[in-house]
Design a protein around this ligand. Structure first.
Ligand SMILES: [Fe+2]
Length: 276
């Protein structure tokens, strides 16, 4: 290990002192990937990445993916995706409001969900805007054997309409997003045998289960995962970059005002394993 690492919580989060000059060094990239695997959320405090540097870091850790560009008619979405409620932003407001609720990135489009997401703080809100992360890997591991057995084989339909349920009706989002849906296993088993829950605000139905039972189960799993032992709240400083293992962690933002000016830059690393 060459990087200086401070563990934030036993189940989730580590602070890594990374110098921008180290980006692209293969040994450093390998170390970051191993740390990501172990800690699920990596905080690079005040690293101050430019867009070009954020893309270079993204490319150093895997294959770049832009889930925003997977939405039909959105192939031109910028490689560095700006998450903001600012006037004139390219992103739909309803979608940003949807980030106030626990979710994983890229569960409703037709490519494997990103292996990891990177988010840089460009401008902070005066109030709110902290990002919370919760590990669905540790949350799954802590379930009883009986609970694990009950989840075995269940599948979940994820839709964008479900993710904006608390924000607006389906008419509040454009037709292309309204049509987006994808089915995933409730429990994802990776090739290395580790398992995580694939849940969040996009989770809509469990085929073969009645709606009330399905929604109650999904809500209980969300509550279970969000408990303090499995979650970490990041208080942003301008220039911070956070990398998280996307299919192992839920994330959401603490609500902030529409006119707060908050501006975050997101990039993604392609999923190498389909959720199976
Ligand atoms: Fe997100």
């Amino acid at each position: 290990m060459t990087l200086q690492v401070e563990v934030l919580k036993p189940a989730i989060g580590a602070k890594v002192q990374l110098d921008r000059a180290m980006i692209g060094d293969p040994a450093v990239s390998q170390e970051l990937l191993a740390l990501l695997e172990r800690h699920t959320v990596l905080v690079l405090p005040q690293i101050g990445l430019s867009d070009a540097e954020q893309l270079a870091l993204t490319d150093a850790l895997g294959e770049r993916v832009n889930v925003a560009a997977q939405v039909p008619g959105r192939a031109d979405a910028a490689a560095v995706y700006e998450v903001t409620l600012n006037e004139g932003a390219a992103i739909e407001r309803e979608y940003v409001f949807g980030t106030f609720f626990w979710h994983m990135d890229g569960l409703t489009v037709d490519v494997p969900p990103p292996k990891a997401s990177l988010l840089s703080a460009r401008q902070l809100a005066a109030k709110g805007g902290q990002t919370e992360f919760a590990t669905t890997k540790a949350a799954y591991a802590a379930l009883s054997d009986e609970e694990k057995a009950d989840l075995e084989g269940l599948r979940v339909v994820h839709t964008v309409t479900a993710s904006v349920r608390e924000v607006c009706g389906p008419e509040g989002i454009d037709e292309a997003r309204r049509a987006l849906r994808h089915e995933h296993p409730l429990v994802w088993t990776r090739r290395d045998g580790t398992k995580s829950l694939i849940i969040g605000s996009t989770a809509d139905q469990i085929p073969g289960m009645n709606q009330a039972e399905a929604r109650a189960l999904l809500a209980r799993l969300l509550d279970w995962t969000a408990q303090p032992a499995f979650s970490y709240r990041h208080e942003w400083q301008e220039g911070d970059c956070v990398i998280w293992d996307n299919p192992s962690a839920l994330h959401r933002v603490v609500p902030y005002a529409v006119d707060s000016g908050r501006r975050m830059h997101r990039t993604g690393i392609a999923g190498v394993e389909a959720l199976a």
